[in-house]
Design a protein around this ligand. Structure first.
Ligand code: FMN
Length: 197
């Protein structure tokens, strides 16, 4: 049974999306008192390797103007009507450092079949990882060619989460046509999603 119209009206947001995000941000806390039981690291990593994860590359311009980027395994959609995405970065990530300014522009790339090498290059550390990765310069960052999808974003919030920081981004557009097959990471291997017959 659907709820009466009055009930629906009472749960509709009474504030603009920007104000909503401020209110939500106010209730976020990183409580060190919450217990974090120790579990076997190897078993935990093996269990997490069972998750099929989209292969994502996040890029932006570093504070010195150089390209920076990483391949976070935790990345996805957060909100649809106020389009938001997220990606989680290790606290030591150079990419996270470059993203640590509200409003900073960046690109989320969903990598596609044939981009395995570029994805692994971006998953390494160091200044030369864009070597041999075909990019074009955009105001959001170096944009990798021929991805399954690319989301230009602006940093909306930084949320501490254990040894990672979650970066949320307001999505500003869509850059690809969705015709390429996305890459997945599963059991420490990269696979393309099979095309439908
Ligand atoms: C499959 C895979 C998944 C990864 N997932 C993450 C992740 O979720 N967060 C992260 O910070 N790094 C992750 N990494 C490692 C980063 O891609 C790597 O640390 C990154 O290149 C950081 O570089 P930076 O210091 O230049 O930002 C992953 C690497 C691989 C191969």
């Amino acid at each position: 049974m659907s709820p009466p119209a009055d009930a629906l009206r009472s749960i509709e947001p009474q504030v603009e999306p920007e104000q909503m995000s401020m209110r939500v941000a106010n209730v976020i806390h990183d409580d060190p008192a919450v217990s974090m039981p120790r579990i076997d690291e190897g078993a935990n990593k093996a269990a997490l390797a069972e998750f099929p994860a989209a292969v994502i590359v996040v890029t932006c311009w570093g504070n010195n103007g150089a390209p920076v980027g990483a391949t976070p395994s935790s990345c996805g959609s957060l909100s649809i009507n106020s389009p938001l995405m997220f990606a989680a970065f290790d606290r030591g990530s150079a990419t996270l450092k470059a993203l640590s300014t509200p409003g900073k522009r960046f690109l989320i790339h969903l990598m596609s079949e044939g981009q395995e090498r570029a994805a692994l290059m971006l998953a390494s550390k160091g200044p030369d990882k864009f070597h041999q990765v075909v990019c074009r310069q955009t105001r959001y960052g170096p944009q990798i060619a021929n991805c399954a999808q690319v989301f230009p974003c602006a940093v909306q919030a930084l949320v501490p989460a254990g040894d990672h920081v979650i970066v949320t981004g307001a999505v500003h557009g869509l850059e690809e046509d969705g015709i390429r097959q996305p890459l997945l990471h599963h059991r420490r291997e990269l696979y393309a999603v099979p095309a439908r017959a």
